[in-house]
Design a protein around this ligand. Structure first.
Ligand SMILES: Nc1ncnc2c1ncn2[C@@H]1O[C@H](COP(=O)(O)OP(=O)(O)OP(=O)(O)O)[C@@H](O)[C@H]1O
Length: 657
């Protein structure tokens, strides 16, 4: 007996030395387990008498060896069941069986699954002391639980990393179907199972909508929200497991199997939570583990996946809602700037504009004042794939050279005396969209040089800054000036002209567009009457004739202003030529300007009446100058840029400064 104790203490010392190391399960089996078993059998490993035994565990109601040393043998199932049932050591001549505490439960896991396991040692008639058995069982159990805990942590880190990586990929998907498939694919891979499905909860209809990977046409399946395991999960808000060989058949909804022609053998379902209150929005289920049934770890992984899946699904929904409202806004803006006109010249411009819109080529729009160059530029923008980006318009004529650079490229705080704050330029504002440079022929030589550099290098440097800022902008320029002549006079850079004039479109003057005058008149009448809230009047034959024969020197702008005045100042249902106050010569126009100053037609309020007078007066000046804004400004005693400013103040559709 004294000798046996000596052996035991030597072996014990060896065991503790081994256990100091960070053993894997296999290392534990190969080095420590034989020594531990020998504590029970009294045999000394290395004496040619290797102990036989190990750890067994129950897998789907079968006992299997988990870690084993010595010869493989038929397991003593009766003794094992007896020990497990009594939670006590079972000892016969042949076998010693000691139950081990559950090895796979963990507070961190969403499901606690008790897995029965036991230490089994073959005795072959050797005596075994209860105290040795208890001590050995205790050491074995605590070492194994330490190893398992470490392995579990490692595994959890790997799993969480995999879930995080997958969820990053999900964020990039912008299609419902693709997202749900990607989530299901990740789940089948990480859980090593045959299928995974997401059931989104339609609370109002009390239905669960199952998608995807269900193998049915259209990939959609509807089930009542109270049926089967998914129903249980919805009700409890907790993960649920089901296994064909151990569980109640009634818990499973076999109707789903029937519809999907699939046999469910094992199933794990977890809740999906979403919204800022964390409400259950659905259920995520995994079906048929490839290697037996699902366990607590699978529940942890599926719960992690469900959390990220909910965020991805809700993120996609939010992005879609945003995109829809953005599309609505863009559609509204596009229809508000419709290029009206059926005349062949306009149809041809429209066709060419449609083609050029699909490219990123620079476009130069030519045409007299008020012919709709900005409208055409907007039309190209909304027809292009930049339509969701900004459309920014700059009137180059309205800016003195010192301001132009800061306006286009922005400035840093302190760049010049009035630069109290950093200001982003129009190029940066137009990033991802279109920049419309109106009256580009009026740009100063310095401005032209800087513009050319930005167009070539596609970067801007703010005034007073040193950092280059990349910009992705399509430039559309417009002018009413003969650029070739300006080039010959050295007032416009030839290299800039070639940069801007990759494609050019010319808008005809309004008097060359035939019946489009009436079409546009109708359009403007609808527009203004809608805003005023009055019935749209009709144009009688005399009015139509007068409109068709008028030369419209101010082009569509003049027509628009004429109709605006008409809508505000008349109240008749039928408009005659006399109501139009159209004038065909400068002299008669001056007369008309004075005759139209008929106080009885003006609004009562002095400010409103003054506005109407100023609008009429400016329009007449523009008309007298044949649409030449510089001349019109001069005749009014104003600088050109001041005329634009005044027109904007009066809401006269002048371009912004
Ligand atoms: N084809 C059209 N369809 C609808 N509205 C138009 C059309 N052409 C011009 N307009 C309207 O006429 C007015 C003048 O148009 P726009 O400002 O585009 O002309 P422009 O040629 O750019 O003028 P400017 O040379 O003075 O800058 C605007 O109010 C615009 O809405």
């Amino acid at each position: 007996m004294a000798e046996a104790n000596d052996v035991n203490s030597a072996v014990t010392a060896e065991i503790f030395e081994i256990l100091q190391q960070e053993l894997s399960r296999e290392q534990f089996r190969a080095t420590a387990l034989p020594l531990l078993l020998s504590q029970i059998t009294g045999q000394t490993p290395g004496d040619g008498a290797t102990p036989c035994g190990g750890i067994v565990r129950q897998v789907q109601s079968q006992w299997q060896t988990d870690l084993w040393v010595g010869k493989s043998t038929t397991l003593p199932e009766d003794e094992i069941s007896d020990a497990i049932d009594r939670s006590a050591i079972s000892l016969t001549d042949q076998w010693c069986v000691a139950p081990l505490p559950s090895l796979t439960t963990d507070d961190d896991l969403p499901l606690s699954i008790a897995t029965a396991s036991a230490l089994v040692v073959r005795l072959d008639g050797q005596p075994a002391a209860q105290s040795h058995i208890q001590r050995t069982t205790q050491i074995t159990s605590s070492v194994l639980s330490r190893i398992d805990q470490r392995d579990r942590r490692k595994l959890r880190i790997e799993q969480l990393t995999a879930v995080l990586n997958a969820s990053i990929d999900w964020q990039r998907l912008d299609d419902d179907e693709k997202l749900l498939h990607a989530i299901a694919d990740t789940a089948t891979e990480l859980l090593d199972c045959q299928r995974a499905s997401i059931f989104l909860w339609d609370k109002r209809r009390k239905k669960l909508i199952g998608r995807p990977a269900l193998g049915i046409d259209g990939g959609v399946l509807e089930v009542a929200d109270s049926v089967g395991i998914v129903g249980e999960v919805l009700l409890s808000g907790e993960p649920k497991l089901w296994s064909a060989d151990a569980d109640d058949e009634a818990r499973i909804n076999r109707k789903v199997d029937k519809k999907t022609e699939f046999q469910t053998d094992s199933l794990l379902a977890v809740p999906m939570q979403g919204g800022h209150r964390g409400d259950v929005i659905g259920v995520f289920e995994a079906i048929n583990h490839n290697n037996g049934s699902f366990g607590a770890f699978d529940a942890a992984v599926l719960s992690d996946l469900a959390t990220h899946a909910s965020v991805a699904i809700e993120g996609l929904r939010a992005r879609r809602t945003l995109a829809q409202s953005r599309d609505r806004l863009v559609d509204d803006a596009a229809s508000a700037t419709k290029l009206i006109g059926d005349h062949p010249s306009i149809q041809s411009v429209r066709t060419s504009a449609g083609k050029v819109a699909k490219t990123d080529l620079s476009l130069l729009i030519l045409g007299r004042n008020g012919t709709g160059k900005e409208v055409l530029a907007q039309h190209v923008h909304y027809e292009s794939n930049r339509r969701n980006g900004p459309f920014i318009a700059v009137n180059c004529a309205a800016l003195v050279e010192s301001l132009l650079e800061s306006e286009l490229f922005g400035h840093e705080k302190g760049a010049f005396t009035d630069a109290n704050q950093t200001r982003v330029g129009k190029f940066e504002l137009a990033n991802g969209g279109t920049l419309f440079l109106d009256e580009v022929g009026d740009m100063s030589p310095g401005g032209q040089a800087k513009l050319l550099r930005v167009l070539e290098e596609k970067v801007v440097v703010r005034v007073g800054g040193s950092q280059t800022i990349p910009v992705d902008v399509r430039v559309i320029a417009a002018t009413n000036q003969p650029l070739e002549q300006l080039i010959a006079e050295r007032r416009f850079r030839e290299d800039l002209f070639f940069r801007l004039n990759v494609v050019s479109l010319t808008l005809p003057s309004l008097h060359q567009r035939g019946d489009d005058v009436l079409l546009l008149a109708e359009h403007f009448m609808q527009h203004f009457c809608y805003h005023i809230g009055r019935q749209v009047p009709t144009l009688d034959a005399s009015a139509r004739k007068a409109m068709l024969s008028h030369p419209w020197p101010g082009n569509v702008r003049e027509l628009r202003n004429t109709i605006e005045r008409l809508c505000y100042l008349t109240s008749e249902d039928v408009i005659t030529a006399a109501d139009l106050t159209l004038n065909t010569s400068a002299a008669s126009r001056i007369n008309a300007a004075s005759t139209s100053v008929d106080a009885s037609q003006f609004p009562d309020e002095l400010t409103d009446a003054t506005r109407v007078f100023q609008v009429t007066h400016i329009e007449n000046a523009i008309a007298r100058s044949g649409g030449n804004m510089t001349d019109a400004a001069a005749s009014l005693g104003l600088h050109r840029s001041n005329l634009y400013r005044k027109m904007r103040q009066l809401d006269m559709n002048a371009d912004e400064e």
